[in-house]
Design a protein around this ligand. Structure first.
Ligand code: SF4
Length: 283
């Protein structure tokens, strides 16, 4: 964590290079509430940070842009400092695109591209659409990582700018999903079905949290839902870790997973095995 992030020292109008693990706090205190935010033009947006050289967020080497705003409240969230727009930095789409253009030749050469993650990308739909459109005009591979909860907001035109959707299906059991995220599962499943009907490439992500999402029936429900979808290229099982715990404490949120251990290798193997047994390509 950079101390300057806490005291506002990075609160200049520059796209903040950093890491998903940096804590951002009150960089734009007068930003609107996420819940009431209407991003109609997208000339400006709220950004947590960006990373270069990521191999985690899609094929090849990628620039990953983390945007602010999320309507979910996942108990295991590693980035609660992305929930509110005010913790991000307000920058222009033009500036983000200019920075992307700087990296574009290297990203193309390394078979990578742009991934926009968050937070929830679809909170800032017009802002992210501008950046994705520009990325396509730079001939970059494009991806978003999303919970799908706001999938109904994504127009067909929006989806045309995407080569890949990384879709977090956080649980298969609706009650577990609500317990984990405080939101409903149905919009995510509807978005997954829409992407399937369009044959849009998807990587499904499932975060494995001991005692929270690891129930075999909960995993099985995701596996059975995803297995028939030919557009799903991978199911990725992400083992829970505690790297985000300090953010909850710094922001004054009650963190309920203090005593939850990281997902052990034998549990990860069991869950990957469940996905494979259902017919998914899982890793
Ligand atoms: S959807 Fe992502 S950013 Fe939002 S609360 Fe869940 S883990 Fe955190």
């Amino acid at each position: 964590m950079a101390v300057s992030d806490l005291d506002g020292g990075t609160a200049q109008m520059e796209l903040p290079q950093g890491s998903r693990h940096d804590l951002r706090h009150d960089l734009t205190p007068d930003a609107p509430e996420t819940e009431s935010y209407s991003d109609e033009k997208g000339a400006f947006g709220y950004v947590h940070s960006y990373e270069t050289g990521s191999r985690l967020d899609g094929p090849g080497v990628r620039l990953t842009l983390f945007v602010s705003g999320c309507p979910l409240r996942c108990q295991y969230c590693h980035n609660p400092d992305t929930w509110q727009l005010k913790h991000g930095l307000r920058i222009s789409a033009e500036q983000a695109i200019k920075r992307l253009g700087h990296f574009a030749p290297a990203l193309r050469a390394m078979g990578g591209g742009l991934t926009i993650s968050g937070g929830e990308v679809l909170v800032q739909i017009a802002f992210t659409q501008r950046i994705l459109r520009a990325a396509k005009s730079l001939e970059l591979h494009t991806a978003i990582e999303t919970s799908g909860f706001l999938g109904a907001r994504a127009t067909d035109e929006y989806l045309q700018h995407l080569d890949l959707v990384i879709l977090d299906i956080k649980s298969g059991n609706p009650e577990t999903y609500r317990h984990v995220t405080e939101r409903d599962l149905a919009p995510t499943l509807q978005f997954a079905e829409r992407l399937s009907s369009m044959n849009k490439p998807v990587w499904v992500r499932f975060t494995l949290v001991p005692g929270l999402t690891d129930d075999p029936a909960n995993v099985e429900a995701v596996a059975k839902f995803v297995a028939p979808m030919k557009n799903v290229e991978w199911v990725e099982v992400l083992p829970f870790h505690q790297l985000g715990a300090f953010k909850w404490k710094a922001l004054g949120h009650e963190y309920r997973l203090d005593n939850t251990p990281p997902a052990p290798p034998d549990l990860v193997a069991r869950v990957i095995g469940q996905f494979r047994a259902a017919g998914c390509r899982a890793r």
